[in-house]
Each structure stands twice: as C-alpha cells, then as structure tokens.
Write a new protein. Structure first.
Length: 143
C-alpha cells in the first residue's frame, strides 16, 4: 500500500473555520477520529447553505451522503480552532465528491484529509436527480 502524504492549503478552494469543543477530545487528549467527519459535514453544509441562499432556488432535492473516508496525519486538540478546506474532486450528473482536509492553526499541511460524497435525490422518491445548473456552477468553481 502506498503511503498517502498530507495535502496543503493550496489544494483547496473554500475554507471554513470551526472551533473545537471540550467534548471533542477523547481519553487520549486529542480530537476523536469520528469528530473529523463532523468537521467535514459542517464545512460542506455551510458552503451549500451559502450557495442555496445565493441561488434562492427551492427544489425537492436532498443531499444524501453515500461515502466518506478520512486519513489522519497529526493530532488536533481542544481548545484549538481548525480550518476545513473543501475542493470538488469529481462532479457527476447527480453526485459530487469533495476533497476535504482539516488544518490546525496556521499549519500548511493537513492534520487529516479525506473524501465526502453526496448524491442528490428526489425528496419523495429518493431517486437520483440532476444537480441544478446554478449549484453545479458553484461546485465546478471549487475544482
């Protein structure tokens, strides 16, 4: 298996700062591995909420997470803030794969990085639906 190296801030197009909480630390004194998925989800949700407000388009689409993964390189601890970088790694008809990374403080390399995949589905039928054009443009700009 090839060793994966941490990415740098220049690999990402959008950033979100998140304050760690006391409860994020585990018994070993660092942020628990599962919390990184919350960081990913929060940063992407904030970006998409901003897009939704700018576009102002109401649709019957919902985003469903179908895949996620994370690799860890360095520990992060409370009370430090983290910056989550987001980039679009792949953009399909009804799906988007985000590249995401967590950076602590001013560190130029990722403490953790991974992927997060959304599929857009109809709210009622749960069948895949095409990503709206205006949102697609914003997602494409994250490449």
């Amino acid at each position: 298996m090839d060793r994966v190296l941490p990415t740098t801030r220049s690999d990402y197009r959008h950033f979100c700062t998140i304050q760690t909480r006391w409860m994020d630390n585990d018994a070993y004194g660092h942020v628990n591995n599962a919390t990184y998925y919350s960081f990913f989800d929060t940063a992407i949700a904030l970006f998409l909420d901003s897009c939704d407000r700018q576009i102002g388009e109401k649709t019957a689409l919902v985003r469903v997470v179908v895949s996620s993964q994370c690799q860890y390189f360095a520990p992060v601890s409370f009370p430090n803030a983290v910056t989550v970088g987001i980039a679009t790694a792949a953009l399909g008809r009804s799906s988007v794969r985000y590249a995401v990374a967590v950076f602590e403080g001013d560190c130029p390399t990722a403490a953790a990085q991974g992927e997060f995949v959304h599929v857009y589905v109809d709210q009622d039928t749960r069948r895949p639906m095409e990503i709206p054009a205006q949102l697609r443009e914003r997602l494409a700009a994250l490449r």
